[in-house]
Design a protein around this ligand. Structure first.
Ligand code: NAD
Length: 330
């Protein structure tokens, strides 16, 4: 597969799907065949804009492709992905959340494994440059605080805030804490819609890590912040401003010399310093990076940054949180 260019298509060219089309269209290492949208007017409009083909029949597109992006509303992810995987041997990039239910996600994972195909899921925040900047540190959190606040918009409000917004942070949390969830406590309220608009969850892991995750779509300004506390390290990550700050207690002379600030840390007799670092943030487009990763995963050059199993696990936690909130509201 490495020697030939692979064929890629997009299914669903709405708000987000149009950007999938835009990025694939400009990649030189693939053949971008075109797009399908169940609304021909929208499909033709985006095909015309990006000078590509509109496929009226989705099966013709799947048949011709090695991989497709599925950027349709969540309720259709399962049906579309199942046909692509099962009937056309097509690798799938599915926008988040992977599916509506855990049994659907499990079924897709099973079909992909049986057919030796890739499922990648669009948990795009995992590629956020500010989060990526943490990779050079040894992260073993004891406490994590995550906040995601957004002003109200109609988009996304057909599902509870937990499934629309909090799922991003649950996926990040599960990637940072490499341990199983031990317990969840959650509460939430409806403010503007008939579903939950503000949610808070306290999640404890088997290794002792404790986390507090808040999501709200009733806010004046956008906030997307993560605070990590662990032995000898405190970090704040601003996913919106793409800034990461790290406070480290160390006696490593290399770190002390290269730090922005270093103050003696007056605990015990060891010559330790508290150092402040602002790691360099790489400048890239996360969606493009994500789609490149999908192409390279199909070619078996890379592994998907977020695979079907990780997306399924994040979905399982948010479904539990949502059920707990609904129970609490009764
Ligand atoms: P949208 O409503 O703007 O677009 C969906 C498009 O899919 C529409 O053009 C519609 O005509 C088409 N469509 C509907 N059913 C279809 C089907 N069965 N086959 C083919 N086309 C179909 O929605 P959107 O905001 O682009 O969201 C799409 C998906 O992306 C959702 O799952 C959403 O949760 C996800 N999303 C992810 C992020 C992220 O941060 N990763 C952000 C926004 C949306």
């Amino acid at each position: 597969m490495n020697s030939k260019k692979i064929n890629i298509g997009v299914i669903g060219s709405g708000h987000l799907g149009q950007y999938h089309v835009k990025h694939y269209k400009s990649m030189n290492n693939i053949n971008f065949l075109g797009l399908h949208d169940s609304n021909p007017e929208r499909g033709n409009e985006i095909a015309k804009k990006y000078e590509t083909k509109y496929f009226e029949n989705v099966f013709n597109l799947m048949e011709a492709c090695d991989g497709v992006s599925i950027v349709t509303p969540t309720e259709s992810h399962y049906d579309v992905a199942k046909i692509a995987l099962n009937e056309f041997g097509c690798n799938v990039f599915i926008e988040k959340p992977i599916t509506e239910t855990i049994s659907q996600a499990d079924d897709l994972i099973d079909h992909a494994q049986k057919n030796n195909l890739i499922i990648q899921v669009g948990h795009i925040e995992r590629l956020n440059p500010a989060l990526k900047a943490l990779e050079k540190y040894d992260i073993n959190p004891k406490f994590i605080d995550i906040q995601r606040l957004a002003p109200y918009t109609v988009r996304g409000t057909d599902v509870p805030v937990v499934l629309d917004l909090m799922i991003h942070d649950i996926d990040i949390l599960l990637s940072l804490v490499k341990s199983k969830v031990k317990s969840i406590h959650a509460s939430g309220v409806s403010i503007l819609t008939n579903s939950v608009d503000i949610a808070h969850a306290r999640i404890r892991f088997e290794n002792g890590t404790v986390s507090s995750v808040t999501a709200s779509r009733v806010a004046k300004d956008k906030v997307r912040k993560i605070k990590i506390f662990q032995d000898n390290l405190y970090s704040t990550i601003d996913l919106l401003l793409e800034q990461t700050e790290v406070y480290n207690i160390t006696k490593d002379p290399n770190i002390i010399e290269n730090a922005l600030q270093a103050e003696p840390f007056p605990i015990d007799n060891e010559k330790k310093y508290i150092v402040y670092e602002k790691p360099k943030i790489k400048n890239y487009d996360s969606l493009r990076e994500e789609l490149n990763n999908f192409v390279n995963s199909i070619l078996r050059i890379e592994n998907p940054i977020v695979n079907g199993i990780e997306a399924r696990n994040a979905l399982e936690v948010v479904i539990k949180i949502n059920e707990m909130i609904l129970e609490d509201l009764k």
